[in-house]
Design a protein around this ligand. Structure first.
Ligand code: AMP
Ligand code: TRP
Length: 339
């Protein structure tokens, strides 16, 4: 159920995910768990942000395929189009227009100092495009066009959310209160480390455990995990506090992770045993979702139908909001003048 944009919308939730193909357990533990939880009691809107993907990918077929894949994954994980609105960003081009309008109150220095921009400057030096610089402004527009208050995300998005709040304050102070300052909502596992045991789990690093990978691939990803680097011999005691495998057991073995940790501490179990068990637990945890994905995969038209219906449902909200922004910013004819 969508309420009017004129009403303040304290319970509206928005989040976006890049079309990066298969979702990984970092996405799930950091953000998707909250997407699913916030389908109840909130008015939730979730989006596959394919415009954002253009900042790093210029392969049209890949973007389209990855957007479909991510949508499939989220639906299989339990995103329910009856309880949440789910759509693809480029099906609501008002996001891009609002980003342009917001950009006029954003000093270049704000976006230049964004950590994600600095990082991209390092990781893709041959492609520092303009869209990369304005990435967080588009992200702000995504949230603001629906006046969403809560934004479930992983910790890596904290700086973007802070910037979104600054942009809202800058625009509201120039044109009058209209946008809502959004709050990030973090899970209790807001930053999942990848299989290398060092960097954030991320598709671009290549250190992911992919929820919907073939069983053999998923097992291989788990078995490749770096554990406690000081545990050299099988008989050395392990340190669960610093072992990423043990940390993941916390979430996938909620009933007995303390026993798993104890086995490591006393060297009763070896790292290989602990990893094998983790792979079993992850497969069991996602068994239903993996099955649902197989069913949905056979009906690609259904996924497209859901995304299209979501975008259509949002049209009146987006149009009304842009109308108000035009009015405040002095664009188009004065309100009330017949056209
Ligand atoms: P992305 O694929 O970057 O669009 O991420 C989708 C969501 O998952 C965002 O809210 C991210 O903050 C979150 N996320 C991605 N990687 C991780 C991670 N390693 N740990 C926790 N959250 C993550
Ligand atoms: N930048 C986010 C990420 O990489 C994706 C995103 C785009 C987003 N627009 C958003 C997240 C709006 C929350 C709200 O994960």
């Amino acid at each position: 159920m969508i309420i009017s944009p004129d009403e303040s919308s304290p319970a509206r939730v928005f989040s976006g995910v890049q079309p990066s193909g298969l979702p990984h357990i970092g996405n799930y533990l950091g953000a998707f768990r909250n997407y699913l939880a916030m389908q109840d009691g909130y008015e939730a809107i979730y989006c596959i942000v394919d415009y954002h993907a253009l900042t790093s990918t210029h392969d049209a077929a890949l973007i389209r395929q990855n957007a479909h894949e991510m949508a499939l994954g989220l639906l299989a994980l339990g995103l329910d189009p009856e309880r949440a609105t789910f759509f693809r960003q480029s099906d609501r081009p008002e996001h891009a227009e609002l980003a342009y309008l917001l950009s006029s109150v954003v000093p270049v220095s704000w976006v230049e100092r964004t950590p994600s921009f600095k990082e991209k400057r390092r990781t893709q030096p041959a492609d520092i495009n303009h869209a990369l610089l304005t990435y967080p402004v588009l992200q702000t527009a995504d949230i603001c066009i629906y006046r969403a208050r809560y934004v479930p995300v992983g910790k890596d998005q904290a700086a973007h959310l802070e910037l979104a709040r600054e942009i809202v304050r800058a625009w509201n102070s120039r044109y009058g209160e209209l946008f809502v300052e959004p709050d990030a909502v973090f899970s209790d596992s807001p930053l999942i480390v990848g299989t290398d045991g060092v960097q954030k789990m991320s598709k671009s690093v290549g250190n992911t455990i992919d929820i919907f990978a073939d069983e053999a691939v998923l097992r291989k990803q788990v078995m490749s995990m770096v554990t406690d680097t000081q545990r050299i011999l099988r008989t050395d005691p392990g340190r669960p506090e610093v072992c990423n495998v043990c940390q993941l057991h916390r979430w996938f073995s909620p009933e007995d992770f303390e026993q798993v940790w104890e086995g490591e501490r006393t060297a009763r179990t070896g790292c290989v045993d602990t990893k094998r068990l983790l792979a079993d637990r992850i497969l069991a945890y996602f068994a239903e979702a993996r099955e649902r994905r197989r069913e949905l995969e056979a009906r690609p038209g259904r996924v497209e139908e859901i995304l299209r219906a979501g975008a259509e449902r949002l049209a009146p909200l987006a149009t009304e909001m842009l109308g108000q922004v035009h009015d405040r910013m002095g664009l188009g004819p004065p309100r009330g003048v017949a056209q």
